[in-house]
Design a protein around this ligand. Sequence first.
Ligand code: SF4
Length: 350
Amino acid sequence: MDKINLLALNADEVKGFLTRFGEPAFRANQLLDWIWRKNADSFTEMSNLPLVLRRQLADVAVIGILKLLRTQESKDGTVKLLFALQDGQTVETVILPYDIGNSVCLSTQVGCKMGCAFCASGMPGFIRNLAQEEIMEQLLFARRIEQARGRRVKNVVLMGSGEPLDNWDEVLAFLQAVNDPQRLGMSLRHITLSTAGLIPKILELAAKKLPLNLAVSLHAADNDLRSRLLPVNKKYPVEELVAACDQYTAVTGRRVTYEYILLDNINDRPEHARRLTELLRGRLCHVNLIPLNPVAELPYRPSPPGRVKTFATVLEEAGLNVTVRRRLGSDIAAACGQLRNLFCGDPNEG
Ligand code: SF4
């Protein structure tokens, strides 16, 4: 019989689960405290629970199912983790070092349906959605690693493999677990959800009025180029996408971030920057310019630093709020999906 994964249960469900052992109600709070505050991954360490109960729990339950297959650490402090899931599929998680506190980049699907031209995660195609607890465990695992190194996780980005809005129910359940004071108890202000632009789901998300940061993978301001880079644009064109983001800002009061990966001679010339200013001028938004982490199998190369600077200047002169993201982890294949592809090949092939 499969053991129960306690990360899949909310506080009431944990309380219900513990009644079968005839334990007093406060035991459930102790158990929750070990899992969510003390970040325990085994029952052995739960020193204030009776030994008999710890053994009983170990017989029928687990705290997570991920198996760490590989860790890679970059010279700049970026840590990339490759996990095996229970069914043998694999996912990646990346810890990104920043002065203001580290970020963890989580995957929400195995593979991806979106087929973005520059992305390693989409290369194997879509395999399956991750369950809430599989997304959460990546975060708990990263938090444990960071705690052991005397650091803490400040921000979380749903920007690893997968399109989060294409895994709506599980991603919402994850956000609920993050925000639940009896579980992770973390403010959604520290969470950023990144989408390739699924407009109906952006609007549904806006209607929920969560204090969640929304990032949109834009990468081009005109439909021809954007449709070549992100096929989803054929269904949800850029003007409609930006209008949906305006709606998100109007309802939540939160500024949207537009991510723009600069690809050498593809979308990085001054005329592309000018198109972008025409699209975004006057909007409450932020533009994040991202130097590409090249993927060997794909034909794109990073823009030279001079062109990145010129591009940023055009946006700044038009009054847009711009940052150029530091390129992290380029020595360890940090573009999402790369580690998985390197070590696992195509899971469809075996
Ligand atoms: S960039 Fe994101 S949405 Fe596009 S294929 Fe990669 S994982 Fe999917």
